[in-house]
Each structure stands twice: as structure tokens, then as C-alpha cells.
Design a protein around this ligand. Structure first.
Ligand code: EPU
Length: 418
């Protein structure tokens, strides 16, 4: 178990170079099996979710290696189409091999997805998409077996917007014959980045970033080409440091932040009193006047306020004047962090998917990370609190944040080395 000890009460000041996007790069790793040529992902974050996806590629017969911050993959020899449980259950994104393996080999065996415990997280939309594109799919207790001898393009309308199901459908549709029109797609930037990456590999796709994506499959050849691609900056990591700066009234320069994807969090930051200037990918954020809570914040699909930053706002809200009512609309079980924050003195009330936060006198405490973003919120609250905090299970935080304690130390956090 990884444990962070944090001495709070210090402003975070300095420069953070924003890491490559976790949720953009994980589907790109699944997409690497669509080619026999080398794929290079430059600026890839060195986090455990990436290592786990790389391990799956190796288990399928591919080779993976690092050259500094570039992840190299060669999937010339994909010998298997089984993703074993010991690997698949480490993270949710393992489910994306369903689409890419079906496209590459015509079959896929998937022993069940893992990932953060933030809600039920079913796979019905993924399975339905595979079926509509011509796969036979059998599911039992989370294990999925799928076979597709002649995948064919189709028109598919998702009954509910899902980032992962949209990505999986695109990955499979690339290997299907003819055109696939996907309707009611997720518009999240990570879907856009996957499509751009696939286009760099030679796929033909239009409409990414809108609710209707069209994929022109196969075109007489089954496989795509290799490519070298730069992973975009992580909007959630950038938002995390921005809100940590707010919680500690710091002054941060975030270089490489994908500002065009951060509209909702920047607007909230301004409403609580934060001031910022932006200049070609660099955000200078001054939190000295951060003061007032936003009365109502709800999480929504992109371009709304992201569920991944809900608990980070919650941590900041406890330092603000007034009450904040927060509504979690995306994942039904993503408020468990609030109970840990109460141990630090947080005045919080939870009722179903609603949560009310009031200004609290935060003090150090021993708490346990409940999920990746919730763990980061505990770190943020500990940075703002008086005294020492011990945060357990921070390996969950390290699934998504590169060199997290080191990055925080560089901007003034007191996190003694074990
Ligand atoms: N859903 C279904 N059926 C499905 C799939 C999803 O009902 O087959 C539901 C989910 O239960 C949820 C909603 O649809 O209520 C949206 O889930 P979605 O499929 O969009 O989420 P995801 O693809 O599983 C990705 C990110 C999450 C992020 C969400 C929402 C990755 C690897 N994960 O998850 O990121 O919170 O989109 O934006 O891209 C994180 O980084 O900490 C994280 C959890």
C-alpha cells in the first residue's frame, strides 16, 4: 500500500508541466493492435494505468518498450485474443481491447473489467455496439466472449452517451466492412483524440467531437499503418492542480494545459474568485482572491463540468465562504470520498446524489483513498488543512497522476519522503 504523509497549510506556488492525458492515451494503446507496424506515443504519462495496458499488449504477443517519455509498441505478432482476468481487472480501459481485438483477429475473450469503484459501470452499451456491427457476444458474470467473422458497417444509436462504448465502437468499426454511422456519441475530447490518432494510422473517420461519428471501415485491407503521435495534455490533471491551487490560495503556472478543453472548470474557477491569464497552452492561475463558494455545481457530460473533478471541487469548496450544493449525475457511487473528508473536519451532508459542503476548519487526519480522483481530493484537502495527514491507498492516485508527490513538492507541498 502506498501512503502519503502531508503537512498542510502551505500555498502551492510554482510551475507544473501538465502530463499527457491518461484517458486519451489508454484507448490509443488498445488501438495499437490494429497495426503490424510500430506505434510511438510521445509524451506518454508514466502511470500505472499505462503500465497495465502495456502489460496487456505484451500478454497478447506484442512488444512494448519505453524510450524516455515515448511509449513504443509493436503488434506485428498478435498471437492471442484473450485478455486474462489478472490483467483485465486492473482497470476499466482494458475493455477497449474488445473492439480492437475483434477488428484485428475476429474474436475476443475478455475476463471482466476493473477500475475505480464509483458506480455500477455496466458493459451493456459496449456489447450492444459489437452485436450491431455483426459480432456474436456471450456474457456471463462480466466475462465476455465475442466472435465476428464478417463485421459489417451499420447505423447505431447509443441509448445513453458513453465515452468507453463510443471508443470501443469506433475501434471495432475501423475493421468492419463499409461505413458505420454512430449516433448519440460521447463528445469528450478523449474520443476526439482517439479518432485523430486512428486517422494518423490511416483510418477514415468524420464527425468526432459531435454526436454523430462516421467510420469508413476496412476499405479492402484489414490493418492500419503505424504512426508516431504526441499525446495531448491531460485536462483532468490540469484541472486537479488548478483546484489544488485554489484550495491553498496558491499561484500556479500550468504549462501544456489543454485550455480549449477546460471551459467548465475555468469558468467555475473564476466564479470562486480565481484569476487567470492564458497564453498558448500556458495557464497562469492566481488564487489569492479565491473566496466564495458556487451555490450549485452539477457534473455533466462534456462540455459540462466533469465528474472527474467533482471531488476536487469539493475539497476546495470546504475552504470557501458560503454553501456549495454539488450534484453527481454521471456515477452513482462517487461521493464516498465525502466520508473521508468528514474525518478531516469537513462539514458535509450527503443525500443520494446530492452533497452540500460548507466552510470547514480542516485538520490533519488519517484517511483512505476510495478511488483515483477521490484520493487526489484527499491530497488537496490535506494540503489545505492544519497539521499532518496520512493518506492510505494512494496507489489509486498513482494510477492517473505522474510523479504526483514529486510534482507537489516542486510547488511547495510538504510531503516527507518515506
Ligand atoms: N454506462 C452504462 N453502460 C455501459 C457503459 C456505461 O450504463 O455499457 C454508464 C456508466 O455507468 C455511467 C455512464 O454510462 O453512468 C457514463 O460512463 P462512460 O462509459 O462514459 O464512462 P467510462 O468510459 O467508463 C470514462 C473515463 C472516466 C470518466 C468517464 C466519464 C476512461 C478510462 N475513463 O469512463 O474516467 O469519469 O469516462 O467522463 O476514459 C477517471 O479518469 O478517474 C475516470 C473514472
Amino acid at each position: 500500500m502506498v501512503v502519503y504523509q502531508i503537512l498542510g497549510g502551505r500555498r502551492l506556488c510554482g510551475t507544473v508541466t501538465v502530463q499527457g492525458s491518461k484517458n486519451a492515451v489508454l484507448p490509443m494503446i488498445a488501438a495499437a493492435v490494429l497495426t503490424k507496424e510500430e506505434v510511438v506515443l510521445e509524451g506518454c504519462p508514466k502511470i500505472s494505468d499505462v503500465e497495465d495496458m502495456a502489460e496487456i499488449v505484451r500478454s497478447l504477443g506484442g512488444t512494448v518498450w519505453w524510450e524516455r517519455n515515448a511509449l513504443h509498441m509493436n503488434c506485428e505478432k498478435i498471437e492471442k485474443s484473450r485478455v486474462e482476468g489478472a490483467l483485465s481487472k486492473r482497470l476499466r480501459a482494458s475493455l477497449l481491447f474488445l473492439g480492437s481485438l475483434l477488428a484485428r483477429t475476429g474474436e475476443a475473450y475478455f475476463a471482466g473489467a476493473g477500475g475505480c469503484r464509483i458506480g455500477k459501470r455496466p458493459t451493456d452499451l459496449h456489447q450492444r455496439a459489437m452485436e450491431l456491427l455483426g459480432a456474436e457476444v456471450f456474457e456471463e458474470d462480466g466475462t465476455i466472449r465475442a466472435k465476428a467473422d464478417h463485421p459489417k458497417g451499420a447505423v447505431l444509436c447509443f441509448p445513453k452517451k458513453s465515452v468507453g462504448a463510443t471508443e470501443n465502437a469506433v475501434l471495432f468499426a475501423v475493421g468492419a466492412e463499409g461505413a458505420t454511422r454512430l449516433e448519440h456519441c460521447a463528445r469528450e475530447p478523449e474520443v476526439v483524440h482517439l479518432c485523430r490518432f486512428l486517422k494518423a494510422m490511416g483510418a477514415e473517420i468524420t464527425g468526432e467531437g459531435t454526436e454523430q461519428i462516421t467510420v469508413y471501415g476496412r476499405q479492402g485491407k484489414r490493418l492500419l499503418s503505424g504512426c508516431r503521435y504526441r499525446v495531448p495534455g491531460d485536462r483532468i490533471a490540469a484541472g486537479t492542480y488548478l483546484l489544488m491551487g485554489a484550495a491553498t490560495r496558491g499561484h500556479l503556472t500550468l504549462s501544456g494545459a489543454p485550455l480549449d478543453e477546460m471551459g467548465a472548470v475555468l469558468s467555475l474557477y473564476q466564479k470562486i474568485g480565481g484569476q487567470y491569464t492564458r497564453k498558448s497552452g500556458t495557464l497562469v492561475a492566481d488564487s489569492k482572491n479565491v473566496q466564495h463558494a458556487v451555490p450549485y455545481v452539477e457534473t455533466e457530460k462534456y462540455p459540462g463540468f466533469p465528474t472527474d473533478l467533482q471531488s476536487l471541487y469539493l475539497a476546495a469548496a470546504m475552504t470557501l465562504e458560503g454553501k456549495s450544493c454539488i450534484c453527481e449525475n454521471v456515477f452513482e457511487d462517487r461521493l464516498r470520498t465525502a466520508e473521508e473528508l468528514q474525518k478531516m473536519g469537513g462539514t458535509l451532508q450527503i443525500c443520494g446524489k446530492w452533497l452540500t459542503a460548507e466552510k470547514s476548519r480542516l485538520h490533519g487526519a488519517e484517511v483512505v483513498s476510495q478511488d483515483l480522483r477521490g484520493g487526489a481530493a484527499l491530497v488537496s484537502a490535506a494540503l489545505a488543512a492544519e497539521g499532518f495527514s496520512t493518506i492510505r491507498q494512494t496507489e489509486l492516485v498513482e494510477r492517473g497522476y505522474e510523479r504526483h508527490p514529486e510534482t507537489l513538492r516542486d510547488i511547495g507541498a510538504k510531503i516527507p519522503v518515506e
